[in-house]
Design a protein around this ligand. Structure first.
Ligand SMILES: C[S@@+](CC[C@H](N)C(=O)[O-])C[C@H]1O[C@@H](n2cnc3c(N)ncnc32)[C@H](O)[C@@H]1O
Length: 343
């Protein structure tokens, strides 16, 4: 079966190797702009999804099944042709479900809008006894349109099968007027993906906190935050209740109490950052969680990331590593401190 996969353009080759690692007899059939590629799996759909669960990709951000592949006519009839191409996907199996339409097109001037496609597909979804939805769908119909030559790839899947609930794994947050840094988007994205859950009343340690975006988000979720950074916090953040700025290098930081979660967004070489996190593990409550940005240097990530994982374990359990849409030249690792460390 074929799948359209998406990664950051610079890391598309790494994402291709990840899928080939999960499915050694698969092949990359075609490459498109912006880190998108067509992958032909040697497995059927459950087999491929099982292989991805066994070998979770870091850089492949989104996959969609390709159930129909259609050449598009030039002119105004393309949206009608896309709806004809998708019609067979909307059968009895979606009755009573909430179904979202996610449309993406390769870059360049659009002959028709994404919305023009959705407008065509929503009535077909309703006619099959399902509810067209935008939020929290049970199924997503993914429509990837390649212009020049015009081809459309469509597939229906559960959000959990796509590695990512957003169209192509791309998420943009509304600009918050109180935001103090672009880095906030990384934490918001990780929380939306369920990599870090934060509860009211928790004690958080934020390493590499300045100018204070992550600290602000954590405080906004009801945490008391110890923010460690030699640089200044934005005044709007340092003045917040429950925020304590410890102005020092994280290497010198000696915590007084314990924490329920540790975040680390230091723009520091990956091993040095991981060593600091490892040292501070003793101040993390058992089952406390961590989220860490790992800077990718010149080393092949396939070598670097297992080394970082081995460094952090067994004191911390690394649950996963992913390149978020908002990561640039970096990836995000998350996990927890196990209750008992077996050495
Ligand atoms: C990308 S910024 C963090 C942005 C922050 N998460 C936010 O949302 O505003 C990286 C920060 O790491 C800090 N940093 C780098 N090395 C550090 C170290 N050894 N100890 C503490 N902070 C460090 C830098 O001063 C910088 O403020």
């Amino acid at each position: 079966m074929r799948f359209i996969a998406t990664a950051q353009e610079k890391f598309a080759g790494t994402a291709e190797r990840e899928l080939l690692g999960a499915d050694p007899h698969g092949q990359v059939v075609q490459r498109f702009p912006d880190g998108v590629f067509l992958f032909e799996s040697s497995f059927d759909r459950p087999g491929f999804l099982g292989a991805l669960r066994a070998h979770p990709p870091v850089f492949a951000r989104h996959v969609q099944p390709v159930e129909t592949e259609t050449t598009l006519p030039s002119g105004d009839s393309a949206p009608a042709e896309i709806s004809r191409s998708c019609a067979d996907l909307f059968d009895e199996s979606i009755r009573g479900l909430r179904v979202a339409v996610q449309v993406r097109q390769t870059p360049g001037e659009k002959r028709f809008s994404d919305y023009a496609v959705k407008e065509r597909l929503d009535p077909l979804i309703s006619a099959a006894g399902a509810e067209p939805a935008v939020q929290d769908p049970d199924r997503i119909v993914s429509v990837f349109i390649v212009r020049n030559p015009g081809t459309v790839y469509c597939g229906l899947s559960a959000p959990s099968e796509n590695l990512n609930p957003w169209s192509g794994g791309v998420v943009r947050f509304f600009k918050d007027p109180n935001s103090v840094s672009r880095a906030e988007s990384k934490l918001l994205e990780a929380m939306k993906l369920g990599f870090l859950s934060v509860r009211d009343g928790q004690r958080a340690l934020d390493l590499g906190a300045a100018p204070g975006g992550w600290t602000r988000v954590l405080q906004g979720k009801g945490c008391s935050v110890t923010a460690v950074d030699p640089a200044e916090l934005d005044r709007a953040v340092s003045n917040l209740d429950q925020v304590t700025h410890v102005r020092c290098d994280a290497n010198q930081f000696r915590p007084q109490g314990s924490f329920d979660l540790i975040t680390d967004d230091m723009n520091w070489e990956a091993f040095r950052s991981a060593k600091v996190l490892k040292r501070l593990t003793v101040s993390l409550q058992p089952r406390g969680s961590f989220l860490m940005t790992i800077k990718l240097g010149s080393e092949d990530p396939a070598q670097l990331l297992p080394k970082i994982t081995r460094l952090l374990e067994p004191g911390l359990t690394v649950t996963g590593i992913r390149q978020l849409y908002h990561n640039r030249g970096e990836v995000t690792a998350w996990g927890l401190r196990p209750c008992q460390v077996i050495t």
